[in-house]
Design a protein around this ligand. Sequence first.
Ligand SMILES: [Ca+2]
Ligand SMILES: [Ca+2]
Ligand SMILES: [Ca+2]
Length: 592
Amino acid sequence: MPQSVLADQAPAALAALRARPAEDEIIYFMLPDRFENGDASNDRGGLTGDRLHTGYDPVSKGFYHGGDIKGLISRLGYIQGLGATAIWVGPIFQNKPVQGPKGQESAGYHGYWITDFTRVDPHFGTNADFKALVDAAHARGLKVYMDIVVNHTADVIQYRECARSDCVYRSRADYPYQRRGGVAGAPINPGFAGDEVQTAANFAKLTDPNFAYTTFIPKGEEHVKVPEWLNDPIYYHNRGNSTFAGESSTMGDFSGLDDVMTENPRVIAGMIDIYGGWIDRFGIDGYRVDTARHVDAAFWRAFIPAILDRAKAKGIPNFHIFGEVSGGDHNEGRQAIWTRQAAFPGTIDFAFHQAVIDTVAGNTGTERLEDLFAGDVLYAGGETGARHQVTWISNHDDGRFGFYVRHAFPQASDDEVLHRVQLANAMLLTLRGVPQIYSGEEQGFAGIGNDQGAREDMFASKVPEYNAEKLIGSNATTATANFNPHSAMYGFLADLTHVRSDTAALREGRQVTRASHPAPGLFAVSRFDPKDGREVLIAFNTSTQPLAANIQVEVASSRFTALSGACPQAASAPGSVKITLPALGFAICEAK
Ligand SMILES: [Ca+2]
Ligand SMILES: [Ca+2]
Ligand SMILES: [Ca+2]
């Protein structure tokens, strides 16, 4: 569309967008550094020198590759063509360009090492570029979700007693706040009643940050963080590296990243100020919250309502906030805890991810999926609340679904791998929750592992390991740009996103399990239109054999239309329909 046409449509598009509930969205997630390079002049972020100074090295997985906000703007049509309705943009805040022990350095290309929380990293562009992105997305009816971090900042604070990698966690019991360096140490912080008494008066008594370790800030970095209050070590836990267990889960440093003292009311107010500011200035539509489980629940109980209020005041009633709760056994109860005691409207659904891995990139029976959805009552708001869960099968940390399939079924043909990945995506786009597609899925990216192994470039990559990857359903490689709207996965996903967006039952409808199996095979659910109750039956076959089965439906559902796959025209008898599915196939059947 020409820019002038977009501008004319902008106010109406924005009003329609603001009115959509979170569960109507299909989210497309990308790391800006790896998506599209729209401006070669910012590739080094305005810095000079080698890659350890600029962070730029397009040949290496762990450094900046040149993607930026201008590039992302230029590809919004590609994203919209896929049928996504929202973008989740990896963190765009200014980062420490390079971190890590000598010889093991890597760059902040992923965005999770923030120094300045108020501005865009120069590798990605400017705050004005980000405003242009939000406006351009909104003009197309696309929402913009930012990826934010509260838990930590870049690694700036150091300890005298140890180097970053060997700073073991020092607990509150062994290193209480009122002693310096252990229970036998000199008295400090008199009268501080502990971090659970969250009043300004109490935290005013916490003046010495050197209870567990002796903190210092290397010369030249004293004011590197913005806002300025973040430069004071008193606003950090300073207890050494998290073991991701017990108390250290919320108070330990994530591999040296400075862990913020989120119990302090000054910190809570400061973070509300920072992230409320982005809403005020840019009118964005939601936050994906990094490392949510490493911040105490009381922080979220204060932060989340304040942010939702801030959004409402800005005319954004459906602002979504979804937290990353990773680790542990990835069950639905563990996710649901954070919607209850930490007030998250939704979490990134690791339980869904694991259940689809087990059943489609594994040999677990489809009862696993029935169990998953039986847990929906655990979420705040019950089954309605569960529809705010952000569901996914591939991402930048845990790896891509295709990788899991190839790992689980090393003998599988290319065709079987493609069908398994498509089946998993069919589940993603029809079952309850807000589906999130990770950039590259639509071009058959499978990745070579997790983390850096799953962060391939969409533009022509110079990374040899990426370029050696065999894509799924495509003869292309990542050595050339992959914005092909005719690829097998793009067309497949676009068909399903349009079915979802056209069918209220698949976005907002109640979901009832109809059939499951102790071994690979049938899984079926019905979803119901929230207004007229019309039934949509969705059936999946996770086995490599065709199947036919009678499935219970509503007695009123006597005739069907196929929205995808093969559906019978009519019920076999009142309340029963016979579904026939090919190996690893599925069908979406809407009652007339
Ligand atoms: Ca660039
Ligand atoms: Ca540190
Ligand atoms: Ca923490």
